[in-house]
Design a protein around this ligand. Structure first.
Ligand SMILES: NCc1[nH]cc(CCC(=O)O)c1CC(=O)O
Length: 336
């Protein structure tokens, strides 16, 4: 299989699709129907995708098909619904039913323990946004300045475990709902502070409320943080090629390593796992990851450079390092 078709000009790395295969430009569809969650954050994400698609393919028209997912409707404990996939299931269904052609997902919300729904593929990973979590405190205090007993709203087991380890004087209060709703609950006094993804706040135009952006050394991000993925139907070659123009190769490498880590670890919805891959200035890929107990008292840690390993193998290698330290027992020991 010739990867570089004859007559192709020098391939621009941005034009390298998620499959890593170069092809001649195929017919770009005239209309691309984009399905996404209907939260303000999700719709901002779609806006970015539409802008990038029309910039790359000036003739193309795009339409938005918003859907509400189980994760948006159910505001209780996510492990009581199907947990994983709660934010993606209805979006995938619309794609497979042919009601839309392209799905936009936060990679962070796409389960990595199992393959993508049969018949669908990732066509691109957009250039990564800020990966860090942010503290929102109305008086602008930083994490270290928060008084004992401060109620920090978050339902993320990853955030709860890390906070318990470093700031045990704070109280985490379960809080769900999209970022706008959480900000409203903070304003109503249901909690005193919030932990949210900096990228998400930026997308909804509310970076102004951030009192501190937390370094990954303080709060290691989740796998896929700040990355948007485009997903298509497997056979939709023209569209896959058109969407692949938006792929960002370094983000693709980082995301591949992180998702393989999670795939090998086979976590569940209650297992606190953090993982961050980075391509540095010299192009080197590294991956650090942690598995915690919910109280944060146990923290398994691994950090490796890819060297000659491909990104997926790096993900496997870091997962294996964690498993050797007892990650399986830690993960399976957590009720779920
Ligand atoms: N679980 C919801 C979700 N999915 C992705 C993001 C943030 C943006 C991103 O990382 O792409 C958020 C909100 C949050 O955690 O504050």
């Amino acid at each position: 299989m010739g990867e570089l078709t004859s007559g192709a000009t020098t391939p621009c790395p941005r034009h390298r699709g998620a499959t890593g295969v170069y092809r001649d430009a195929m017919a770009v569809p005239e209309l691309i129907r984009i399905v996404s969650r209907d939260s303000p954050m999700a719709l901002a994400q779609v806006k970015r995708v539409r802008a990038e698609l029309t910039a790359a393919h000036p003739g193309v028209r795009t339409e938005v098909v918003p859907v509400r997912t189980t994760g948006d409707k159910w505001l209780g404990d996510l492990s009581q619904v199907e947990g994983k996939g709660a934010f993606t299931k209805e979006v995938d269904a619309a794609l497979l039913a042919g009601e839309a052609d392209l799905a936009v997902h936060c990679v962070k919300d796409v389960p990595a323990d199992r393959p993508l729904p049969a018949g669908t593929v990732f066509a691109a990973f957009l250039e990564r946004d800020d990966v860090r979590d942010a503290l929102v405190h109305p008086e602008g205090l930083t994490l270290d300045e928060l008084p004992p007993g401060t109620r920090v709203g978050t339902s993320s087991v990853r955030r709860v475990a890390q906070l318990a380890a470093t700031h045990s004087q704070l109280r985490c209060v379960p809080l769900r709902g999209n970022a706008n709703r959480r900000l409203a609950k903070l304003a109503e006094g249901e909690v005193d502070a919030l932990l949210l993804a900096a990228a998400g706040l930026e997308r909804i135009g509310r970076s102004d409320v951030i009192s501190e952006v937390l370094s990954p050394d303080v709060m290691l991000p989740p796998v896929g943080a700040g990355v948007l993925a485009l997903q298509c139907r497997e056979g939709d070659t023209g569209l896959i090629e058109a969407a692949a123009v938006l792929n960002h190769p370094d983000t693709h490498r980082e995301t591949t390593a992180e998702r393989m880590l999670l795939h090998v670890l086979q976590g569940h919805c209650n297992s606190p796992i953090a993982g961050l891959a980075r391509v540095d200035r010299s192009g080197e890929l590294s991956l650090r990851a942690c598995v915690f107990t919910p109280d944060g008292k146990t923290r398994l840690n691994a950090h490796e450079w890819a060297g000659r390993l491909d990104p997926a193998t790096l993900g496997t290698s870091v997962a294996v390092a964690l498993l050797r330290q007892g990650a399986r027992e830690v993960i399976d020991g957590i009720p779920h």
